[in-house]
Design a protein around this ligand. Structure first.
Ligand SMILES: *Cc1c(COP(=O)(O)O)cnc(C)c1O
Length: 374
């Protein structure tokens, strides 16, 4: 039995009837940019996350960029970002001309460590950009407190956390705005690239609405230098279908995660550590192992697909040579990147497949290469 890392086709097949109907409805409508489907999704997603407003955009990176632009963040300014995240978080800050200032994560949760933020603030800092990494909310209360004290914006990167809760409330409205990606592999995924920003701030929402559509409210009247970054109605229609199943699909992920957490105890892996105040939605089931590459090879040989999130931290990427960070600049992140392995996880992984994964990890732990780490 092969176990794929993630089975996107199975996700389509489960909802095929409804998804086909939704896509055909858009084709049949004769309306292909913004319009009713996009507005309906925006309303439904805002209600789902408990935010006042949702603005659909073309992808998650644009959601971050447009939110930063709407906050007026630009050249000469700094934004606090996690040192371990997907590079998109940093790229958005650079794209608006500001400088990403990395802060190390908590060693157990891998999300931004609030106790390290204040030391990184300067008179140029304008915002804090926490990431709800792997589907686990960052510790928002202390982050919001620091932001209030220093009068900073808080933009959350929610790309991996659709449906997750922080202290009982869904991610989507804790900070000033939340940027979402609906890339097909995310917990709520479109049929291609898609994204959104949610916020309780009507002015931010309106600015993003104008920016995403050529800086225009009225056709051919351009108030600001905007971009073309609109959520496509076909994706909006598909997302409306999938949103109805998000809680159910997240519950399936949680069930598998619960099984992994119990069954992988004592195998030498460092397992995820969700704090009791968070509801994790397990976008990724991340484990650490000192012999990560050997473990990955071993699983590969047994037909088990895994991925590494992520192999190179942003500060060591060639793209960020200009910031001058060397090896050792962010040791906690570097260790996570060296040791992290993402086990198969998704709403269509069966219990039988999860048992295969556990069995393969167990026999790695018993093998000569894995021994010594138990
Ligand atoms: C996926 C992702 C993004 C970018 O989203 P795209 O839709 O691919 O542009 C940003 N941040 C994080 C943490 C992500 O996982």
């Amino acid at each position: 039995m092969n176990v794929p890392f993630l089975d996107l086709r199975a996700a389509y097949l489960e909802l095929k009837g409804e998804l086909d109907e939704a896509v055909l409805r858009v084709l049949d409508s004769g309306w292909y940019i913004l319009g009713r489907e996009v507005e309906a999704f925006e309303e439904e997603y805002a209600a789902y996350v408990g935010a006042g407003h949702c603005v659909g955009v073309a992808n998650g990176l644009d959601a971050l960029i447009l939110a930063l632009r709407a906050m007026g963040i630009g050249p000469g300014q700094e934004v606090i970002v996690p040192s371990n995240t997907y590079i998109a978080t940093w790229l958005a800050v650079s794209y608006v001309g500001a400088t990403p200032v990395p802060v190390e994560p908590d060693e157990k949760t891998y999300t931004l460590d609030p106790s390290r933020i204040e030391a990184a603030l300067t008179e140029r800092t304008r915002a804090i950009l926490p990431v709800h990494l792997y589907g686990l909310p960052a510790d928002m209360d202390p982050i919001l407190e620091i932001a209030r004290k220093h009068r900073l914006w808080v933009l959350e990167d929610g790309a991996q956390s659709q449906g997750a809760r922080y202290k009982g409330e869904r991610i989507g409205h804790h900070g000033d705005a939340v940027a979402w990606s609906f890339y097909p592999g995310k917990n709520l995924g479109a049929l291609g690239d898609a994204g959104a920003v949610t916020t309780d701030n009507p002015e931010l929402a309106e600015r993003i609405r104008v920016l995403r559509n050529y800086g225009s409210r009225v056709k051919y009247v351009n108030e600001v230098q905007g971009v073309n970054s609109r959520l496509d109605p076909i994706h909006a229609a598909a997302l409306r279908v999938k949103l109805k199943y998000l809680d159910l699909w997240n519950a399936r992920r949680q069930q598998i995660a619960g099984y992994y957490l119990e069954a992988l105890e004592g195998t030498g892996l460092t397992l995820p550590y969700p704090p009791e105040w968070a509801e994790h939605v397990w976008h990724i089931f991340a484990v650490l192992h000192p012999e990560r590459d050997l473990l990955q090879q071993h699983l590969q040989q047994q037909g088990i697909g895994t991925l590494i999130h992520y192999p190179i931290p942003p500060h060591l990427q060639a793209a960020y040579r200009e910031l001058g960070y060397g090896e050792g600049a962010f040791p906690i992140s570097e260790r996570i990147h060296r040791q992290e392995l993402s086990l198969p996880m998704g709403p269509h992984l069966t219990q039988e497949q999860a048992e295969r994964v556990v069995e393969a990890v167990r026999n790695f732990a018993l093998s000569a290469r894995g021994a010594g780490f138990r």
